[in-house]
Design a protein around this ligand. Structure first.
Ligand code: PEP
Ligand code: MG
Length: 756
């Protein structure tokens, strides 16, 4: 048995590591036939017409592979799929369902064992083994196949082959969306030095290496300043934000100290730099929060930039005489700056996520970007490329018809963007007079200005975890005052909702891990953690209140509140902090206090809290996760997660009713505020304040300015009676299309209809 488990793990691991889908399926059949010593192993996968296509086989005639398609329900394979149950026969031919396909030449084989591959309740394929002998496969053999099929279904479900896309993939590559839009241009391959390939080596003269290090820092700072100037025209706020993130990293004492220690320990400068960069990148990479996880790419970018500067490689000159698409494992700001404004048509990162700063920069510059494509075959310098950021696809060397179609789409896109820009300073009011307020979510100093640039009326959620996460120890009160003061000052005159430290669960501090919890989502996190570590909370609250001195736009928000005593304990601490500061001579006032409604238990207690808090903020991410008991970051269940689930909508309706009854102002700061369908419903349910990432504000404002509140109310009323999230989505999307908001659901759709 141990051997069987061992073999099973080996096969699953090998298949998971195969780079190409075709290799994956061949590996499956080969390794199974070797391990089980059978004459035939075949893998059938369902295509779009539910036929079972023979995708790979070891033992059946080679010519049958990819040609044989078994109609739904037909033959023994069809029987396995229909019954979702193994079929194990000593002599297949004698079974009434047997269906002979001459092409396979399977008349030579008698024994048959087929097991279904099931993913999210659907049969996506059938795995079959056959043998010449007339014999039933043993229970152990069948069990092995069933277990293996369960693993393989997970792996193959997302493979393009499983989706029936067996066509030539050489001209189209998929990734994840980085920045919306369509760009057409010629490939410029970014081939920069790779710091991670640098090995350790002894350092001959540590003092000289330290001097080199300081010179290098100065040189890279100057380079960044120069590149920032090149990029700043027209979108200076957004671009400045990216550069300040790099500058911040360059002056981070923990990072600098790490490199210096490496050198003093005897490593040469590139080796010490690699160690430090890898150390900090890994810290971020290990985080569950996708935004924070993506910060490891920034650190890696900066590392490569420092390494290139050390090698004496200067950034490319700012030149291009025709439209350019930058393609690289990771595309750095320097490479982006090397293309003159107006010539950069697209960015493709083979690695990288939609949260990376390259994606943020692409968004700020309005350049379409596709991230995480993996290696692209047949790509060549200067090749014509289409970057479809709306659908996260790249087209290589497109034909004339495809090109013409995309040119038209790109044209429409430009028209749409010009419309969105015109909305920046207009209020978020519906055509029939309902007034909404749009705030931004932020957490990094570097992300402050995009909110302002996109017309945010305040900060709806400042996640204070981030200043804590990028350090090696808890930041001091002074350090925190420095960070918070910048945010509060940037938004002077506008409210800034600062949340107390929300660590635990998916957000951990490298220097204070909350370990050994079987269920971290229900564990020591948010307000529970900070009240238990009130010395940290006191420092943070003192820092927030001090930073707001003279500005008075601070509003403190408490995460993960589930009990009245948590609010009371915090109020006491807040009073104490204000009293301490006043007695120390600081001119400070008690800030407004609110709680996140993200633990379902908070909802029914809203009436108890009316005289204890000043506002509520709905954290729809956690609220949906806890209501549905679904972790949307878990790929196994992500498909079931939808925040327009009736249970979520009904609870939000209850929150809004209770808040109105008890006159508590309420806003929402989860992902729902960026989802057009959810926004239409939230407006209709009565929500008037929403907070979202800066880049989402213009589109949401466009929606609000186009959708009469009476229509939104009608949609909300209907949706509250609806049983299925999919029906709710369909109904709302139809209405958004009807009022000309098709581009919000599917970019390009309305613009095209309007203009042709
Ligand atoms: C939320 O839960 O909706 C929320 C905004 O908080 P976070 O995503 O930081 O947990
Ligand atoms: Mg939350």
């Amino acid at each position: 048995m141990t051997t069987a488990i061992h073999q099973l793990a080996r096969i699953v691991q090998a298949v998971a590591l195969a780079e190409q889908p075709a290799d994956q399926v061949n590996l499956v059949v080969e390794s199974i036939s070797n391990t089980m010593a059978v004459d035939v192993c075949s893998l059938y996968l369902a295509n779009e017409s539910s036929e079972m296509m023979l995708l790979a086989s070891r033992g059946l005639a080679v010519g049958a592979v990819r040609h044989v398609k078994i109609p739904p329900g037909k033959g023994l394979v069809g029987l396995v799929a229909k019954s979702r149950h193994p079929v194990n026969l000593a002599d297949a031919e004698s079974h009434p369902a047997y269906f002979y396909i001459a092409e396979t030449e399977e008349e030579r084989f008698h024994s048959f064992c087929g097991v279904p591959l099931v993913h999210t309740g659907k049969v996506i394929g059938v795995l079959v083994v056959q043998g010449r002998e007339i014999r039933q496969f043993s229970e152990e053999e069948q069990g092995f196949l069933v277990t293996l099929a369960a693993h393989l279904a997970l792996l193959l479900a997302n493979s393009p082959l499983a989706l029936g896309e067996v066509a030539d993939k050489s001209s189209r590559v998929s990734g994840v969306g980085g920045a919306a839009g369509i760009g057409i241009g010629h490939a410029r391959l970014c081939d920069h030095g790779e710091l991670y390939a640098v090995a350790n080596a002894p350092c001959g003269d540590p003092s000289a290496a330290l001097r080199d290090w300081h010179d290098l820092l100065g040189m890279v700072r100057r380079e960044l300043e120069y590149e920032q100037k090149l990029l700043a025209g027209g979108v200076s706020d957004g671009v400045a934000a990216i550069f300040s993130a790099y500058m911040l990293l360059l002056s981070d004492p923990a990072f600098l100290g790490h490199v210096e220690k490496g050198i003093l320990d005897g490593n040469w400068l590139p080796g010490a730099l690699r160690q430090a960069i890898q150390h900090f990148a890994e810290l971020f990479k290990a985080m569950d929060d996708p935004y924070l996880q993506a910060r490891h790419e920034d650190i890696h970018h900066l590392g490569n930039k420092l390494y290139n500067a050390w090698r004496g490689i200067r950034p490319a000159a700012n030149s291009a005489n025709r439209s350019v698409v930058l393609v690289g494992a990771q595309v750095s700001v320097s490479e982006i700056a090397s293309v003159p404004t107006g010539m950069l048509e697209g960015i493709i990162c083979l690695d990288g996520s939609s949260m990376s700063h390259t994606a943020v920069l692409a968004n700020a510059l309005g350049v379409p970007a596709v991230m995480g494509t993996g290696p692209i075959r047949n790509l060549a310098e200067d090749m014509l490329l289409i970057v479809d950021g709306n659908n996260a696809q790249v087209m290589l060397d497109p034909g004339a018809a495809v090109l013409a179609e995309y040119r038209k789409l790109a044209d429409d896109q430009r028209y749409l963007i010009s419309r969105l820009e015109a909305l920046r300073d207009l209020p978020a009011h519906t055509p029939d007079g309902a007034q909404l307020e749009l705030y931004t979510n932020t957490g990094m100093l570097a992300d402050i200005s995009p909110g302002l640039a996109n017309g945010a009326q305040g900060v709806g959620l400042y996640r204070t975890e981030i200043p804590f996460m990028i350090r090696n120890s808890f930041p001091t009160e002074e350090e925190q005052v420095g960070v918070y003061a910048q945010v509060l000052a940037a938004y002077a005159g506008k409210p800034v909702h600062m949340r107390t430290l929300d660590i635990g669960g998916d957000k951990t501090l490298p220097y204070f891990p909350v370990e050994n919890e079987e269920n971290p989502a229900l564990g020591w996190r948010g307000i529970r953690f900070t009240l238990d570590n009130s010395q940290l909370l006191m420092t943070q609250v003192r820092a927030m209140v001090r930073a707001s001195s003279g500005l008075d736009n601070l509003r403190i928000l408490l995460p993960m509140v589930s009990s009245t005593s948590e609010i009371e304990d915090f109020r006491e601490l807040l009073m104490d902090a204000v009293a301490q500061l006043q007695s120390e001579g600081h001119r400070v006032n008690r800030p407004a206090l609110g709680v996140m409604v993200e633990v379902p238990a908070a909802i029914s207690q809203i009436p108890f809290w009316a005289d204890k808090i000043d506002f509520l903020s709905i954290g729809s991410n956690d609220l949906s996760q806890y209501l549905l008991a679904l972790d949307r970051n878990n790929p196994r269940v992500a498909g079931r997660y939808d925040h327009v689930h009736p249970a979520v909508l009904l609870e939000i309706h209850r929150i809004l009713q209770l808040a109105a009854e008890h006159r508590i102002p309420v806003s929402l700061c989860g992902e729902m505020a960026s989802d057009p369908v959810a926004v239409a419903l939230l407006m209709g349910l009565g929500l008037r304040t929403m907070s979202m990432s800066a880049t989402k504000i213009p589109r949401i404002k466009w929606l609000i300015r186009s959708l009469p509140i009476t229509t939104a109310q009608q949609l909300a009323t209907e949706s509250l009676k609806c049983m299925y999230p999919a029906d709710i989505r369909l109904r709302v999307e139809a209405e958004l299309l009807a009022v000309g908001l098709g581009d919000i659901i599917k970019p390009g759709s309305n613009a095209r209809r309007r203009r042709t």
